[in-house]
Design a binder for this molecule. Structure first.
Ligand code: 5BU
Length: 454
């Protein structure tokens, strides 16, 4: 069977559909793939198995696996064709007993090739691979029937996995168009839709606001993803460290109320530094009250934050009114919402974080992105996958070595933060407590940039 025929048959049985579909995220997509019903067409299932077998026969592996439920039947046929044993990871959590997660007989340190039907974010294959690894097996290759992602192959390669795909979305469109199964208009709509999405979300729009763009441009220009959190209590120390580090940072993060000698001249000087060294200013105020109050806190008092900070941090807990209060009638300013804090035991659970992303998406004109922390790159990548396209992920709790401090701050490494998809890392004590803050800033900057550009 040729790939073309495979695509047409999938279309015949309704496994690839074009129209308007509402995704789990609530977004509308012009196409939808669901390969579950393939098992009801034995001739198609069988031919597909031969196609897969042909593509993988020269790879190096001892066992074949399929991710339940959809990919398991076809993986079984492939195992038979290539005369390789089949094993798989049970889908349901074990209710009792000591049985292992792997079903089937195997020897440790053997190589497993994992087959799945579709890949979008890579989460399901990565999770499966992790489970096999805990049981002592090795994974280097994944095979999928349809790769509907946008460049997930590169991300998986960074994690040490080769992704092989029978077909991708472009191929499906090409074949269906050639065979008059979709119209030119549909093709354009699909192209427009996929052109705007990244592999991690399907918003269909670009949510980058003007301030976000300025920050992104500066990241490129300064070749730096480093945000320095200069949490010292006096101006002298602050400018001393800033003198040494400013050329390496893309943004300075302040906690203005920590300074014991704050005066309006401080702001004048800070702005001069920002221009001279080309960095942006970010006050980590963590607003968390009703709209009417935060407006006063933002514009008034002694700090008059609105007049000098490009960005502020905002808690979404009070609801949308907080953003309306802060930004109504305000231009040239933006914010980051706190989506998942770095402190141990914080109460921001998955549902909360998802709601924060929804709120930030709605208010993208004044929300540039999110503060997200996770204790490893896989966990962080899952957060990144849920962030609306065009918005940024900033990661605090970063040091050269992972660990914790005495009051529950959790640190992840620069490498994990960047491989997990952070756009910027926020570093405080890792730099300000270093013996040589300039060398430290340079090191954080370079280590992050290498992965960002990798
Ligand atoms: P550190 O010295 O690198 O631990 O400083 C981290 C900074 O980032 C510090 O100013 C915190 O207030 C800030 N931060 C954080 O650590 N974790 C969070 O979740 C958020 C902010 Br939000």
């Amino acid at each position: 069977m040729k790939k073309e025929y495979f695509i047409l048959r999938l279309h015949d049985i309704g496994a690839v559909k074009f129209g308007e579909f509402t995704l789990k995220s609530g977004h509308k997509s012009p196409f939808y793939f669901d390969l579950r019903d393939m098992i009801s067409y034995p001739e198609l299932l069988n031919k597909t198995a031969y196609l897969i077998a042909d593509e993988i026969k020269n790879l190096d592996f001892d066992y074949i696996s399929g991710v339940p439920y959809t990919a398991l039947p076809v993986a079984t046929l492939v195992a038979d064709i290539l005369d390789k044993p089949l094993i798989y990871i049970r889908k349901e959590e074990k209710a009792y007993g000591t049985k292992n997660a792997v079903i089937g007989k195997f020897e440790e340190r053997s190589k497993v090739l994992i087959i799945d039907d579709l890949i979008t974010t890579g989460d399901s294959l990565l999770e499966t691979a992790e489970k096999f690894k805990t049981e002592g097996l090795e994974i280097t290759d994944f095979f999928v029937l349809i790769d509907r992602s946008n460049n997930i192959k590169k991300y998986l390669a960074q994690q040490g996995y080769n992704l092989h795909a029978l077909i991708n979305l472009d191929k499906i469109i090409e074949v269906l168009k050639e065979n008059n199964r979709i119209t030119n208009d549909q093709k354009t709509r699909i192209k427009n839709f996929t052109g705007k999405i990244s592999y991690d979300n399907k918003t269909g729009k670009n949510l980058e606001n003007h301030l976000t763009k300025l920050l992104k441009d500066k990241i490129e220009k300064k070749k730096s993803n480093l945000i320095l959190s200069l949490d010292v209590d006096n101006q002298k120390d602050l400018f001393e460290i800033l003198n040494k580090t400013a050329k390496h940072i893309v943004m300075l993060k302040t906690h203005i109320d920590i300074l014991k000698d704050f005066n309006p001249e401080f702001i004048v000087k800070l702005k001069e530094y920002a221009i001279k060294y080309d960095f942006m200013i970010f006050e980590d105020r963590k607003f968390a009250d009703i709209g009417n109050t935060v407006k006063k806190q933002y514009t008034g008092g002694i700090y008059k934050i609105k007049t000098w900070a490009h960005f502020i941090t905002v808690h979404a807990t009070p609801g949308e009114g907080i953003l309306q209060g802060l930004f109504n009638g305000v231009t040239g300013r933006s914010s980051f919402l706190l989506a998942k804090m770095s402190s141990k035991g914080n109460l921001m659970n998955e549902t909360y974080t998802r709601n924060v992303f929804n709120m930030g998406e709605k208010y993208h004109e004044v929300v540039s992105g999110y503060i997200c922390h996770a204790n490893g790159k896989e966990e962080l990548r899952k957060l990144k996958n849920k962030i609306p396209k065009g918005q940024l992920m900033l990661m605090p709790g970063v040091k050269l070595k992972a660990g914790t401090d005495a009051t529950g701050q959790q640190y992840t490494t620069v490498e994990d933060a960047m491989q997990g998809g952070a756009d910027c890392i926020i570093v405080g004590r890792g730099i300000i407590e270093a013996e040589n803050s300039e060398a430290a800033a340079k090191e954080y900057k370079e280590r992050a940039w290498k992965i960002y550009k990798g």
